[in-house]
Design a protein around this ligand. Structure first.
Ligand SMILES: *Cc1c(COP(=O)(O)O)cnc(C)c1O
Length: 395
């Protein structure tokens, strides 16, 4: 385990952890675009397959470029081991398949990513794994949901799109009492702004597709945890089932990690400026941003995060007003991604949460007038001017 308090800073780890330099002495990490690796002899092939000799075999389970990414992200999260996956969803699936069995129960925060809700309910549900969804901000709700067969607590904090925040240390204590695992989806904060493992979580999940890439290019994911959990449970699932990260994508994410620290600081600064400006606007009913003192979990976010991130949501009168603003913005792309250098605008009720029932949306607080912004790396005054012209043009 890398102790970055006493050793290297996060930005240094992001450039150097896991570095592998070949005999060619390249400065930028090599891209090993090879599906398989060769053996010196039949005996060596046998030893590699048996696991008695370390070394590359086949890129479904080991690839040098992917391994650099895994080691680098593990170091940044303060974890012992990481396994990279084809997407964020396959990271959640791989963890679940690795640690759960038919008859097990999971407690999941209600406001997780929409597809995560579907995965637990409609996919894992068919294989005898039951899920209770709870209000992530209520400690009582988490406690009440625990059952004798609860094996995992799963939380995404801050949440999408309302940036609600859950107390990771408190959930870790609850999970430990029960002998269950606490898994945290750290997609919104990245290790630059929040390190769940240091707060007591057992596993961190990533969608690398978002901020780790940072420029909207590749899909990928990761599971970070102890050597024991990854080696004995998650890695064998990946080897057998195959939702593996492509070495090309791993190479792109490595480049992304090098600039992650500076990008997250800039995303956070600009998002804070946009949130404060929206909060003072007459046509904006409500702003959701953990950095605002009006945010219900502002104190908690301040305590467990090193910054407030790049996602800001706000509410206008109704769907017509929200769609008008979305269609009138010039520098915010209408697209499903987030965490890109380019700013993004989304109408959650009809896109990311469109497959969730109206009743569930009401319960989650996702109203028709809600707009989610992923603040990019443009100049904040330009983004504010763009929002200003869109809000001014409301009929
Ligand atoms: C996008 C996202 C995912 C899923 O990741 P993919 O890479 O799209 O599969 C999971 N969790 C959160 C919080 C996300 O934003």
């Amino acid at each position: 385990m890398v102790d970055y308090d006493n050793e290297l800073g996060l930005a240094t780890l992001a450039c150097h952890a896991g570095r592998l330099r070949t005999a060619e002495m390249e400065q930028s990490e090599a891209l090993f675009l090879s599906s398989s690796f060769c053996f010196e002899s039949a005996a060596q092939a046998a030893a590699r397959f048996a696991g008695t000799e370390e070394g590359n075999v086949y890129s479904r389970f080991t690839n040098p470029t992917v391994r650099i990414f895994e080691q680098r992200l593990a170091a940044m999260e303060g974890g012992e081991r990481c396994v990279a996956t084809a997407s964020g969803m396959s990271a959640i699936l791989s963890l679940s398949m690795a640690v759960l069995s038919a008859g097990d129960h999971v407690v999941v925060s209600r406001s997780v990513f929409g597809t995560t809700v579907n995965l637990f309910k409609n996919v894992l549900g068919r294989f005898g794994i039951s899920t209770t969804f709870v209000d992530m901000t209520s400690a009582q709700a988490w406690r009440d949901a625990m059952q004798a067969n609860t094996r995992m607590l799963f939380v995404e904090t801050p949440s999408n799109p309302l940036t609600e925040t859950a107390d990771i240390a408190a959930l870790a204590a609850l999970a430990r009492q029960q002998g269950a695992l606490l898994a945290v989806d750290n997609c919104f904060c990245t290790p630059v702004l929040q390190r769940p493992l240091t707060l007591g979580a057992d596993v961190v999940i990533h969608s690398a597709t978002k901020y780790l890439d940072g420029q909207g290019r590749c899909l990928g994911g990761a599971v970070v945890g102890t050597e024991k959990l990854i080696q004995e449970k998650v890695f064998p699932f990946l080897r057998n089932a195959g939702p593996t990260m492509s070495p090309f994508n791993a190479w792109v994410f490595l480049k992304g990690l090098e600039t992650l620290s500076i990008r997250m600081q800039r995303h956070s600064q600009s998002a804070a400026a946009v949130a404060a400006w929206l909060n003072a606007h007459a046509k904006v009913a409500r702003v959701h941003y953990p950095g605002l003192t009006s945010h219900p979990q502002h104190e908690l976010a301040k305590r467990q995060q090193q910054g407030f991130g790049g996602i800001v949501s706000f509410e206008v009168a109704d769907r017509a007003a929200a769609w008008h603003i979305i269609d009138t913005l010039k520098y915010f792309s209408i697209t499903a991604n987030l965490g890109d250098a380019k700013s993004i605008v989304t109408h959650p009720a009809t896109t990311t949460h469109g497959r969730v029932s109206q009743a569930e949306r009401d319960e989650m607080g996702i109203r028709e007038g809600l707009i989610r912004l992923s603040i990019g790396l443009e100049d904040a005054p330009d983004l504010i001017a763009d929002l200003d012209q869109a809000l001014a043009s409301l009929p």
